[in-house]
Write a protein that binds this ligand. Structure first.
Ligand SMILES: Cc1cc2nc3c(=O)[nH]c(=O)nc-3n(C[C@H](O)[C@H](O)[C@H](O)COP(=O)(O)OP(=O)(O)OC[C@H]3O[C@@H](n4cnc5c(N)ncnc54)[C@H](O)[C@@H]3O)c2cc1C
Length: 404
């Protein structure tokens, strides 16, 4: 496998990178920092950044780098990346191929579904908007998630009770071991909560994705209490049934809810200089739930312990329960905005689950990736000490680790 931490000789990398300048659709730069490629706006300068405007260029560039054993990182919108201040010898391959086509399965009144096919570099939220405008249903709950279409299967993006796996029809992969390009079924990716077998591996690059959507303009069934409530649907009814609403209405409410939590990118709003939810919701054995609850009772009192959110972990996770990372973080003594004014990296003031870059510390020193990593370690250690639960980071870490 190709590990980004592999030793690599800078002069050899530089020769390989020079060779990439002749690839059609590839643009090479050697002075672009990850801070300009990531939504956290952190991370130093890699050996090179290669922007690829076609999927052919992506495959060619990755093939050449792999042939020469040059460590590389695929980058879409950079919204799920924590990159070191010194990322080391590494080439960032940024996918900018963004063609999108829409069609239907069957013709006219015989149509049964809408099909959207997008190259990996297409901006995800533009696809959602396009689908809703066209009167299709299926993507609306995933409105406002930053990043690229190609990254959506990588961690099976999800929000407001929906996951991309519900509507994913096929994924086009460039297989880095065989050099083959092929369409594969979603089943082969083992999609589950914020996971696929593409995440944390270098086995393949997503070149394109295809979604099958409904043509009746209605959303997927509403499964998220707060969203259902805002749409005037009884929460219990929504949880039990198949309540759907027009996709444009659902998109509007989802965007409103997300903005309130700083989960839509706004350049002026430092609460959105983040990687979204920084930790996944912990999944533990059902038998451990009462042990955690007892620790909450010890620390916060019995009244609070009974309110601890516990959800079923989902399909394929029988015997497991899902806890709320945000709830545990707050109860462990990390309020919104922690550790407070002047700190270069802080929890969002709108949502405890987002770690944010405030641009600089109180004395004007620019925020570094190390500042953010220190905050992540602090929170993880605090939650573990308080409740015995180990939080796992959701983003992909490059050149740096939460374990120290
Ligand atoms: C404000 C905010 C809110 C967010 N809300 C959500 C949310 O509600 N739900 C959710 O699931 N996520 C959320 N995220 C996380 C993030 O937006 C998603 O994970 C998104 O899909 C990442 O896309 P990207 O193109 O930015 O990926 P990047 O950050 O560029 O890459 C992430 C990982 O995927 C790999 N990758 C990217 N593209 C490809 C490709 N084409 N082929 C193979 N590997 C690839 C990269 O190598 C890297 O390992 C949020 C992030 C932010 C900043």
């Amino acid at each position: 496998m190709h590990e980004v931490s592999d030793f690599a000789d800078p002069s050899r990398i530089s020769a390989v990178v020079d060779g990439l300048r002749s690839v059609d659709g590839a643009q090479v730069s050697t002075d672009t920092a990850f801070s300009s490629l990531t939504t956290l706006r952190l991370g130093g300068t890699p050996s090179a950044v290669v922007r690829c405007s076609t999927t052919d260029a992506v495959a060619q560039v990755v093939r050449r780098l792999d042939d020469e054993n040059v460590p590389l990182l695929i980058v879409g919108g950079g919204s799920n990346l924590v990159v070191a201040d010194q990322p080391g010898a590494l080439v960032a391959v940024v996918i900018e191929a963004d063609a999108v086509t829409m069609s239907t399965r069957g013709h006219g009144l015989e149509s049964t579904a809408a099909i959207i096919e997008a190259e990996a570099g297409a901006v995800w939220d533009e696809i959602v908007q396009m689908s809703v405008d066209a009167g299709f249903g299926g993507l609306e709950c995933l409105s406002g998630i930053p990043g690229s279409a190609g990254a959506t299967p990588v961690q099976n993006v999800g929000a407001y009770g929906a996951e991309v796996s519900q509507v994913l029809d096929a994924v086009q992969l460039y297989d880095r071991a065989s050099g083959e390009v092929e369409w594969v079924s979603p089943e082969s990716l083992e999609l589950s909560y914020r996971y696929s077998n593409l995440k944390f591996t270098d086995r393949a690059v997503v070149l394109a994705v295809r979604f099958e959507l409904s043509i009746d303009g209605m959303s997927v069934p509403l499964r998220y209490g707060e969203l259902a409530r805002r749409l005037g649907v009884d929460e219990a009814e929504a949880a039990a049934g198949e309540i759907r609403r027009p996709s444009d209405q659902v998109r509007e409410v989802v965007l409103e809810l997300r903005r309130g939590k700083g989960m839509v990118l706004e350049p002026e709003d430092r609460d959105t200089w983040s990687a979204g939810s920084f930790f996944t919701n912990p999944i533990i054995d059902e038998s451990e739930v009462e042990t955690v609850r007892a620790k909450v009772a010890e620390r916060r009192g019995a009244d609070e312990a009974v309110t601890m959110p516990v959800f079923p972990a989902g399909a394929g996770q029988e015997g497991k329960a899902k806890l709320s990372a945000a709830w545990l973080i707050e109860r462990a003594g990390f309020p919104k905005g922690y550790p407070g004014q002047g700190a270069p990296a802080r929890l969002s003031t709108k949502h405890t689950l987002a770690l944010t870059n405030r641009g600089e510390s109180g004395d004007g020193t620019p925020t570094t990736a190390d500042d953010l990593v220190a905050l992540a370690r602090d929170i993880r250690a605090g939650v573990h000490a308080a409740f015995g639960v180990t939080l796992e980071p959701e983003p992909v870490w490059v050149g740096v680790s939460i374990d120290g």
